[in-house]
Design a protein around this ligand. Sequence first.
Ligand SMILES: Nc1ncnc2c1ncn2[C@@H]1O[C@H](COP(=O)(O)OP(=O)(O)OP(=O)(O)O)[C@@H](O)[C@H]1O
Length: 281
Amino acid sequence: MEKTECVHATGDDPAIEVVGLQSQYGSRRVLQDISFTIPRHRVTVIMGVSGCGKSTLLRHLVALKPTPHGRILVDGKSLAEFNEEELYRYRRQTGVLFQSGALFNSLSVAENIAVPLRAHTRLADETIRIIAQIKLHQVGLMDFADYMPSQLSGGMRKRAGLARALAMDPAILFVDELSSGLDPITSAGLDDLILELRETLRMTIIVVTHELESAFRIADQLIVLDRGRLVAAGKPEEIRSCPDERVAQFLSRRADPQEEDMQNYVNRLVGDRRGGKGGRR
Ligand SMILES: Nc1ncnc2c1ncn2[C@@H]1O[C@H](COP(=O)(O)OP(=O)(O)OP(=O)(O)O)[C@@H](O)[C@H]1O
């Protein structure tokens, strides 16, 4: 790992340990020598500018991308060595809220929550309906069971996605971009919800974000990535006082156009031409 003074061990009971992780797409390496620990019953926030590798790291953690270089240890055992049944159990005990919320638009909110319950359990319809109501209550959407996703605001869609991620009572919750694109009040409401889940359900929560305010509000531990490398890890106050120039630059939001990730730059250009997601608004 590149030398940095800002990697602090948590000292807590580790739920997941990442050791020397490298990742690439084809021949292009996007993560390099990443090592850190995710403590149990805490909120860990992975942050960094767009294109630094946050979502890729998340894909490894949820076992959607294999890890041929380095190790991810879950309760001390390497994810790469999990047999089919262990992998199935790991997936059952983890909930994932993807960036888009990933709701099925043709299903009502309650039916969306029922999807994992129908796929992984043999519960009766009435029980599934009650569980969906409980999950909606947990995320503050109890009156919206019969709404369609298109009838919900952005923040409500995130809450509905969260309710679905909670359907199977996961011990570990992964959230990709909790509040991106939401107004500050909606975003703060979601932050409070994450903290409530940690307190009431004692969940281990991993949030990927580039929203600084949200990151510092919810994190017990912050992981800062820069161009595929881990440049800092520690409690919010440890990150704030980190002297590393890359961390200071990220925290002060100074753009570094010379160093912008070339692939992202090209993606944005293509997006601009197509008037797509990457285009300027
Ligand atoms: N499926 C893919 N194939 C090839 N390259 C990819 C793929 N997904 C991501 N990348 C590249 O890997 C790098 C890291 O991307 P990643 O999505 O992990 O970053 P990120 O920090 O999550 O970005 P953002 O905040 O914009 O979502 C980027 O340069 C990106 O262009």
